[in-house]
Design a protein around this ligand. Structure first.
Ligand code: SF4
Length: 510
């Protein structure tokens, strides 16, 4: 394909010659329901093989290689919507866009989500690409925006809609086109990295070619540590406090909230891979000559090891590192001891901070036999995995829902922390359970503030056990599964219907 689409020639072609995949327009089209293999084959046939290979390299799959939670593209969308002066446009099926828009506003986006709709004709003729290009031109107002992000969802990716042919910038507004198909990016956590990495790449190119905008907040001249991965708002401040005696400062959190923060992030002395699976972003830091430090300052052992690693990477004298440790570690130990957690906890999630939370729980006194994360194992997650395994936890990367549920059965915990279907299953069995995203992710984890921050919610939940037992015995016999609800007669299973439409496991996406 040349530098731009020859739409005239394209329209003159017979549909079978068009560079889009016609499968996407047949019956009800392609989507999560079509199956990963069909989507991948369609994308390869449409010339997207290289894109899929790159995604496969960055986000290797395991047992959990198909979305078992929300649509992965939500991660990229959320990053775009959180950035100042950034417009985000989706290109995909209306049902996908409806779900993504709904979820964005449910999580308080307070920002318009752009959408370029398509139909069979605009997809087949290449008009969809033209429509996207028009939408981008219309949106790229330098008075309003630093960047316009266009996200190709499953069908346009499978059909080969070539976002790479969009202009790189219009009137100084950067145009960032990314493919985030559910059949290529396993989790929404990694989809955040897809966009963050794409933005860092552009920002690095700009910084290499001339002066760029200074950070909004003037820096005090101390070398900085950029922080990779979304975290609770108090955590960067805690990290800043820990770095202060090393004469270092906390840099921006990536994904950033503003374009100019990307330059400041790249201008760090080292990057803390708090979320160790941000492979595309780490590649950009590496290209900028910035070393990465794994794990995070969580609990006593985590903070001690992290300060050592930061000191070594940034050339801080051992005496200064020792002084910082003497200052913070007793306070962390004291906070952990003052907020003990006693009980067996299984922990599962897809946010990317599961291993760090498990470390804190164990240091607080909990027994954690199983940690499941939907994210992949990377070289930067090894330190946490080693520590957890040395403390009795089985760590399952790319954990599937089935593995997480099996762990609840196997270990019979006092508390199950997990995703919605795990929490649902645990509660059915009268096991207290907490939803990871809303109740655990919304607390500080780092430094002194993080130590002990989980005890109240965890102990409160575990104390509900008796209530769960009472409720279970009160409702015993009222019906479960197909017989749940209020009936005049207990419904009978209809074997013939069941054979025709086999039940799907709980939580499986339709
Ligand atoms: S994974 Fe997301 S974009 Fe893809 S078909 Fe499902 S909802 Fe749509």
């Amino acid at each position: 394909m040349g530098a731009s689409l020859d739409l005239k020639a394209l329209r003159a072609r017979k549909p079978v010659d068009a560079p889009v995949n016609l499968d996407a327009t047949r019956q009800d089209g392609l989507g999560c329901h079509s199956g990963k293999e069909m989507m991948q084959n369609a994308a390869k046939a449409a010339g997207m093989g290289e894109t899929l290979d790159a995604l496969k390299r960055d986000y290797p799959v395991g047992p959990h290689d198909q979305p078992q939670s929300m649509c992965p593209a939500f991660g990229s969308l959320r990053v775009g919507l959180r950035m100042r002066r950034t417009a985000t446009i989706l290109s995909g099926s209306a049902c996908c866009v409806y779900g993504l828009t709904f979820t964005s506003h449910f999580y308080g986006a307070r920002r318009t989500v752009g959408y370029v709709p398509f139909n069979s004709e605009t997809l087949v003729t290449g008009k969809l690409f033209e429509d996207i290009r028009d939408a981008v031109r219309e949106t790229a107002d330098p008075a309003l925006h630093d960047a316009v992000v266009v996200i190709n969802l499953c069908v346009p990716t499978a059909s080969g809609v070539p976002l790479r042919l969009l202009p790189r910038e219009i009137d100084g507004v950067r145009i960032i086109g990314i493919d985030v198909p559910g059949f290529g990016v396993p989790t929404h956590a990694e989809a955040k990295d897809v966009l963050a990495g794409a933005m860092l790449k552009v920002a690095r190119g700009e910084a290499e070619h001339g002066p760029v905008a200074a950070p909004r907040q003037p820096r005090d001249g101390r070398p900085t540590i950029a922080l990779l991965g979304e975290m609770f708002p108090a955590d960067p401040m805690q990290i800043g406090a820990l770095l202060d005696p090393l004469e270092l400062a906390a840099g921006p959190v990536v994904p950033t909230r503003e374009w100019r923060e990307l330059y400041a992030a790249l201008d760090c002395t080292a990057v803390a891979a708090i979320h160790p699976f941000y492979t595309a972003s780490l590649r950009e830091f590496e290209a900028a000559g910035r070393p990465a430090v794994a794990s995070a300052p969580v609990g006593h052992d985590g903070t001690a090891a992290w300060l050592d690693a930061i000191g070594e990477t940034c050339g801080v004298s051992p005496a200064m590192v020792a002084a910082a440790k003497n200052r913070f570690l007793p306070a962390i130990r004291g906070a952990l001891a003052a907020n003990p957690i006693r009980g067996r906890i299984t922990l599962t999630g897809y946010e990317g901070s599961e291993l760090l939370v498990a470390r804190l729980l164990i240091e607080s006194g909990a027994e954690v036999p199983y940690v499941g994360t939907a994210c992949p194992r990377t070289k930067h997650s090894e330190a946490d995995r080693d520590w957890l395994e040395a403390h009795g936890a089985r760590v399952q990367f790319r954990a599937s829902l089935e593995q997480d549920l099996a762990a609840v059965e196997e270990f019979g915990p006092d508390l199950a922390i997990g995703t919605t279907p795990v929490v649902q299953k645990a509660k059915e069995r009268a096991i207290p359970a907490l939803y990871f995203t809303n109740l655990i992710s919304a607390r500080p984890l780092m430094g002194v503030a993080g130590a002990g921050s989980l005890a109240q919610v965890i102990n409160g939940a575990m104390a509900q056990r008796e209530r769960f037992d009472a409720m279970r015995s009160f409702f015993a016999g009222v019906g479960t599964g197909h017989a749940a609800g209020i009936w005049e007669e207990v419904p009978k299973k209809r074997a013939a219907v069941k054979r025709a439409a086999p039940e799907k496991p709980v939580g499986e996406m339709a």
